[in-house]
Design a protein around this ligand. Structure first.
Ligand code: F6R
Length: 609
């Protein structure tokens, strides 16, 4: 999510790490900072806002250092302020750290440290990690040992980079889940969260495996495993150009973001499901409020609206909580009837969509409780809502939304389960759901393995004149998102429908070239969907079915069956079906030579009405 940079060598380290951060700017960030050695102290300069803000203060006077670390932050815990920006010191200002990811158990650790007299200056989980490392370091061990021992105390996804004011020649780093790469130079070494920030300096890269601690000095790089044993250092030569390196080697940001979904699914639940499989959602309304709410209105645009449809499905089918979903543009001028006990939920990746923001203002004027489900911290919708849950999906660069959608739907499931937990809704097995949510990343990985099959399928249907996306229940809502993806990036006319509705008119459009993609991931109503598939086949239309791996019914009625993993809950099966649909849209668009990351006529953030 965030940008990480580090350098040790003969060049001016301050200039090098600043340049590295610039090379990571395309990812988006909200604050930045740098740490370098000045005599026996670690100097830290950090600012909210763009790198130019940091540059203004940093380069007020010339800086010279042989070792520096730097960070561009995408806020997760605590807003985008100077104090929350990285680097962070430990209690004794002997170490400074930067961090990418989420420390799930930071609250527990913080309480323990406060009890020991530690004082914190920020709201971040990173500062807590800094204090943990500082505590280990104060026992007189080496910096790498302090980092190795601290990493065992941290839970979550993290890439940590640490420097100290006593071992002045080294940078130490480690990772779990979050990315971290090292660059091996001649008489100099570097590190970064992403390869583009290394390429101007070296093309010899060391990929840091999970739980490995790396030590960088001018002379070399050494690695130790979680038990402190030394490991061999293997380099990989990178011959990507800078542009493809920014996309992590993927041809487009959209494909990179589709492939990031397993990691996003981990990030969404990080710190929100505890060891007892209970849901922990911080900073939302108190329990009394959840017991009072009589109705939910979900308000959003585009893909976020489709995530809202899934939210409605969850709230109504699992909680029996009446829920409506509105397009923001309709809601704001629709003079909606709103119960004073209702909750309005605003879903937005960017947090800046003009219609959603206007709908939010309308609710606030009417004194309705408002809750945001937002990706960008510090955005207008996040600031204006009474409470906000962040999707923690990281910056989404491709105009077509993919990972933000899965994160939004996962947040709806978490929120629904939280409400069930508070209200003790009979029959809702919160722990079972929570355990399944924790496994969604693995299921999503399996869906991504379908890519070769999807490429072949894309080649077979890429010239279709029209594509229907059909399903029943949650599959119908996912169909709507599948249809939007294909039309916006491949410019193929699409139409979503509940499968049972086809015979009431749309069947008239079926010809041999028209493709109908059915979601049939719910075994309880699969037979009904198969009947609808047969209706299409009987009119010589082409049928593709997306089913769970155990299905035996659809083969007879489909030209092609795509099998995804089966989870314990139909709702989650349906969510997983979006992954092959995203891949299908992407590969059709690619085969047809479309401009994938910036489709014609569309913008990433729609800040005008
Ligand atoms: C489609 C897409 C758009 C957005 C919509 C809302 O792929 O990206 O439909 O979902 O413009 O944007 P946010 O979520 O930023 O409010």
């Amino acid at each position: 999510m965030c940008g990480i940079a580090g350098y040790v060598g003969p060049k001016n380290a301050v200039d090098v790490v600043f340049d590295q951060l610039k090379r990571l700017e395309y990812r988006g960030y909200d604050s930045a900072g740098i740490a370098y050695l000045q005599d026996d102290k670690i100097a830290v300069t950090k600012r909210a806002g763009k790198l130019s803000e940091l540059g203004k203060v940093l380069f007020e006077s010339p800086k010279q250092a042989e070792l520096a670390i730097a960070h561009s932050r995408w806020a997760t815990h605590g807003g985008p302020t100077d104090e929350n920006a990285h680097p962070h010191y430990d209690q004794y200002e002997r170490v400074a750290i930067i961090h990418n990811g989420i420390i799930e158990n930071y609250l527990e650790l913080k309480e323990h440290l406060i009890a020991k007299g530690h004082k914190f200056k920020s709201q971040t989980d990173t500062e807590v990690a800094a204090h943990v490392i500082g505590e280990e370091y104060a026992n007189g061990v080496s910096l790498e040992e302090a980092v190795r021992l601290s990493a065992k105390r941290l839970r979550g996804a993290f890439a940590l980079v640490v420097m100290s004011n006593t071992e002045k020649d080294k940078i130490v780093c480690t990772r779990n889940a979050s990315p971290l790469v090292l660059g091996m130079g001649v008489g100099e070494n570097l590190l970064a969260s992403d390869i583009p920030a290394l390429l101007p300096y070296t093309r010899e890269v060391v990929i840091v495996e999970e739980h490995v601690v790396a030590v960088l000095t001018r002379e070399g790089i050494s690695l130790i495993d979680a038990e402190g044993r030394s490991l061999p250092v293997k380099t990989t030569h990178i011959d990507w150009d800078i542009a493809s390196a920014e996309r992590g080697g993927f041809e487009h940001f959209m494909l990179k973001e589709v492939h990031e979904q397993p990691q996003v699914m981990r990030q969404v639940v990080a710190g929100r499901i505890d060891e007892k499989s209970k849901i922990r959602l911080e900073g939302i309304f108190g329990e009394n409020v959840w017991n009072e709410i009589d109705r939910v209105n979900i308000i959003a645009c585009g893909t976020a609206y489709h995530a809202g449809l899934m939210g409605k499905h969850f709230f109504e089918s699992v909680l029996r909580l009446p829920t409506d979903v509105y397009y923001s543009s309709e809601f704001r001028y629709g003079d909606p009837v709103l119960s004073p006990k209702s909750l309005a939920i605003f879903v937005s990746q960017s947090g800046e969509t003009a219609d959603t923001l206007a709908a939010l203002k309308l609710c606030k004027d009417r004194r309705i409780r408002t809750l945001g489900i937002v990706n960008v911290i510090g955005s207008s919708i996040a600031r204006e809502c009474d409470r906000t849950i962040f999707t923690q999906a990281g910056p989404e660069i491709s105009v077509a939304s993919t990972k933000a959608y899965t994160a939004q739907v996962m947040v709806f499931a978490l929120l629904g389960l939280y409400i069930a937990q508070v209200q003790e809704v009979p029959g809702v097995k919160v722990e079972e759901w929570a355990d399944e949510l924790l496994q969604m990343d693995g299921f999503a990985e399996q869906c991504l393995k379908l890519e070769d099959e999807i490429v072949t399928l894309a080649g077979e249907i890429k010239d279709m004149p029209l594509c229907f996306f059909l399903g029943r229940g949650a599959d119908a809502f996912v169909a709507a998102e599948g249809a939007l993806k294909l039309k916006e990036i491949a410019y193929i006319p699409t139409q979503e429908y509940p499968a049972g509705e086809m015979k009431h008119g749309p069947l008239a459009l079926i010809t041999k070239d028209v493709v109908s993609i059915f979601g049939a991931t719910d075994p309880r109503i699969r037979e009904k969907v198969v009947s609808n598939m047969k209706e299409v086949q009987a009119r010589s239309g082409k049928v593709i079915a997306i089913v769970t791996e155990d299905d035996t019914l659809t083969e007879q009625a489909a030209d092609h069956v795509v099998r995804i993993p089966k989870t314990k809950f139909e709702f989650l099966n349906a969510l997983l079906a979006i992954v092959p649909l995203q891949l299908l849209s992407y590969h059709i668009a690619r085969l047809n030579g479309c401009e994938i990351d910036q489709p014609r006529n569309l913008a990433k953030s729609v800040t005008v009405e």
